[in-house]
Design a protein around this ligand. Structure first.
Ligand code: ADP
Ligand code: MG
Length: 555
């Protein structure tokens, strides 16, 4: 005989719910993430209120979220010991969809049909709780506000109205909220322990409240996550082993990270980033789609690993960004266009590039491995990221004709340049042994001029697009007339130009005639010492390696 209040949802909720259930979230699993994040929020809210009013905790200060599976009754029950809701809060919070903007929202979606633009807009509004109607035909919420003697039940089938009933406090949690989902027939999989455990670990593994599972009514609680969001801790409070464990979880690799970058950005944008450069190459590094796998979290709730948080040339970086600047149910479109995210992208990339620079100075050995693994990818940035081009060039390391087994930076190259030398010479293509054996290098070797030996296919691209480093242009030794006449040979032989020789002139004439249809020009050159002839590409055109690449691509 308890009084039952019947309420109608504000706005055209039935339509909204229909839209949402059928089009917003293609992935139904997300309902669990929404409910868990609400439960975690409720625990956080209690924590704050208890700072002023410790009695609210009633001696139980440990936040808990418990999932109970009831396969027989086809029910999933989610309970938290957070702040809870009183009568008015239940109506205010659960009876009003997107309190802030319901009307504006309904106006905007106006005539839109399900699946149209409206469905994407929904993602921008606070409709998290309602996602449980994607899997439940009825939802009961029993709640008791911390410090209150009264408890209430909210109940709805999500079709347009809901009921609020006072209940005996013993039928509610001692504090907090219990949500019972009466699952649809085709949602039975959400009573399976393995399904739930997988989803929780995947989506909510780092929610800052421990999550416990009870696999059948009356069963023993088992903890499935420990409630620690590693990245929210201060750097000094995290051990190397903790970082490594976390890295392994997030990357799916079993090695140690080569570099760990953990920082909190404050000010205009607030976010935390925890990123790792793996110790070895991930298997998908050279996938043609070149996608990164950094995870996006909003307030410690996993959103997506498809937000492209890294520039492509840092796609080997693993880890996450957690921000409080985005709504939890941020849509795909929003992720792509958000100025907040592009600011975050930039900030994180800066920090990672800077950290790699520091590593090069402080731990050359580790950096060497990092460069061996990822240098070929990082160099893509030289032509893709105009802003960081000179930074990336300075970071790059090369085998050269004088590097031996070591490797050289462009800074070192420029510092050691011959006084007469005005460009940075390189030879691209094939493998190191082939390059070293190239006759193109003879004249350079004879004069002690260092030449970069470039073996990655990306090298032919950035060299065309990187006009200079510290004011020095790049020049392929296979391209045009290398002017070596100004630099004396190491063995002290004469500087006399080969053009001066009458014998050479005669031979050049002969070769021009004979090869008339096959070459553009024949020149005497000081680039050779041992070999008689070599092929070079015209100046102001592709170098030999690029010609080959274009040829094999059918151009
Ligand atoms: P949002 O979380 O974005 O506010 P939701 O639809 O997920 O939107 O939740 C609506 C509101 O319902 C929350 O803001 C909160 O006030 C209330 N609420 C939902 N779940 C709980 C809970 N477990 N404990 C306390 N309050 C809750
Ligand atoms: Mg929510």
């Amino acid at each position: 005989e308890k009084p039952v209040e019947s309420h109608v949802f504000e706005a055209d909720v039935a339509r909204l719910l229909h839209l949402m259930v059928h089009s917003v979230y293609s992935d139904k699993d997300v309902f669990l993430r929404e409910l868990i994040s609400n439960a975690a929020d409720a625990c956080e809210k209690l924590r704050y209120e208890a700072i002023e009013t410790p009695s609210l905790l009633g001696g139980d200060g440990e936040a808990r979220i418990t999932l109970t599976l009831d396969e027989e009754a086809n029910r999933l029950i989610l309970e938290d010991n957070g702040i809870g809701m009183n009568h008015d809060e239940l109506i205010e919070a659960l009876g009003t969809i997107a309190r802030s903007g319901t009307r504006a929202f309904m106006e905007r979606i106006g005539a839109n049909k399900p699946g149209g633009e409206g469905s994407q807009l929904i993602g921008q509004f606070g409709v998290g709780f309602y996602s449980c109607f994607m899997v439940a035909e009825r939802v009961d919420v029993a709640s008791r506000r911390a410090g209150s003697d009264n408890a209430w039940r909210w109940s709805s089938d999500g079709k347009g109205s809901y009921e609020v009933t006072p209940i005996d406090p013993v039928d509610a949690p001692a504090r907090g909220t219990r949500i019972t989902l009466h699952l649809m027939a085709d949602a039975k999989n959400y009573t399976s322990r393995w399904t739930i455990e997988r989803i929780v670990k995947e989506q909510s593994g780092h929610v800052p409240v421990a999550i416990t599972i009870i696999v059948k009514p009356g069963g023993e609680p088992e903890r499935i996550t420990d409630g620690s969001a590693l990245w929210t801790k201060a750097k000094n409070d995290v051990s190397k082993d903790e970082y490594t464990d976390f890295y392994r979880g997030v990357s799916g690799q079993y090695d140690d990270p080569a570099l760990t970058v953990h920082f909190r950005a404050e000010g205009r944008h607030e976010y935390t980033a925890l990123a790792f450069v793996p110790g070895s190459q991930p298997f998908d590094m050279f996938d043609p789609d070149r996608k990164g796998r950094m995870k996006l979290y909003v307030k410690r709730v996993f959103i997506t690993d498809d937000a492209e948080l890294m520039p492509r040339y840092l796609r080997f970086v693993r880890g996450l960004v957690d921000t409080s600047d985005l709504p939890l149910n941020v849509s795909r479109e929003m992720i792509q266009e958000s100025p907040i995210l592009s600011a975050i992208r930039k900030g994180v990339a800066n920090r990672i590039v800077t950290a790699i620079e520091k590593l090069a100075e402080s731990e050359p050995e580790t950096f060497r491995t990092l460069w061996d693994n990822f240098g070929a990818v990082i160099k893509e940035g030289i032509y893709e990221d105009f802003e960081r081009r000179s930074q990336l060039l300075a970071l790059s390391r090369f085998r050269t004709t004088t590097s031996g087994e070591g490797f050289r930076s462009l800074g070192e190259y420029v510092k050691d340049m011959k006084s007469e030398q005005s460009v940075i010479y390189y030879l691209a293509g094939g493998n190191l042994e082939q390059l070293k054996a190239s006759p193109q290098l003879e004249g350079f070797r004879a004069r002690g001029i260092e030449v970069l030996l470039l073996t990655d296919s990306i090298d032919s691209f950035w060299t065309m697009n990187a006009p200079e480093f510290e004011g020095k242009a790049f020049r392929s030794v296979t391209q045009g007339a290398a002017d070596l006449s100004q630099t004396p040979k190491l063995d002290g032989q004469s500087l006399a130009s080969p053009e001066a020789s009458a014998e050479a002139d005669a031979f050049v004439e002969f070769a021009k005639k004979t090869l008339a249809d096959h070459v553009a020009d024949v020149r005497a050159s000081d680039r050779l010492t041992e070999s008689a002839v070599c092929l070079v590409a015209p100046e102001n055109s592709y170098d030999r390696q690029m010609e080959k690449i274009l040829q094999s691509a059918g151009r």
